[in-house]
Design a protein around this ligand. Structure first.
Ligand code: PNS
Length: 171
């Protein structure tokens, strides 16, 4: 596969919590959309993460607005197993971003499990080095303590976060 040459017939799925989407996520989405003809960005409804900052609808809305220029990217959500969802929508490949080496251990196990369950491979994109330390959880922590996160999230996400802080009455 050459850079910029789409892989024919492939429908990629990029799953995640996206609570909230960061510039690191958007970088992976943009690079995936240059490789694959169709990319579904899928927000997981994750019962293990009990108190997300953003509702499912808000996360989907932020992703839709941030990806509106990418015509081959669609945004969706799923409950339950990723492997079942992948089969249901007929995706051929799962895309994940790797920020640091320590991400790899869990991701390798997940990739094996998902391939075993659905026969779909996972392809990893190395996060851009400028985002290697950017995660949704750190963004939330810094923002809710009054830190400046404007460099790390799209403008749309910053607006949603500022609204959320007003609603919650936090500084
Ligand atoms: O952004 P996140 O929270 O790191 O994304 C994790 C995600 C959504 C990729 C993972 O939690 C997932 O796939 N959840 C769906 C449930 C599932 O299939 N679990 C088994 C994974 S092998």
């Amino acid at each position: 596969m050459r850079n910029g040459t789409p892989v024919p017939q492939s429908h990629a799925i990029y799953p995640g919590s996206f609570d909230p989407p960061t510039n690191g996520h958007l970088d992976v989405i943009a690079r995936s959309s240059a490789i694959f003809p169709i990319v579904t960005v899928a927000v997981v409804v994750n019962p293990q993460k009990r108190s997300p900052l953003f509702t499912l609808d808000e996360r989907e809305e932020m992703l839709r607005r941030c990806t509106k220029e990418l015509s081959n990217v669609r945004v969706d959500h799923f409950r339950g197993l990723l492997a079942d969802y992948v089969r249901r929508i007929g995706a051929d490949v799962i895309v994940k971003g790797l920020r640091v080496v320590s991400d790899f251990e869990n991701e390798m196990a997940a990739a094996h499990m998902n391939r075993s369950l659905s026969n779909v491979d996972t392809m990893f994109l190395m996060s851009d080095s400028s985002y290697s330390f950017v995660s949704s959880s750190l963004i939330k922590e810094v923002f809710l303590q009054g830190g400046d996160i404007a460099r790390y999230v799209p403008d749309v996400v910053l607006e949603f976060m500022q609204q959320k802080r007003q609603t919650h009455g936090r500084k």
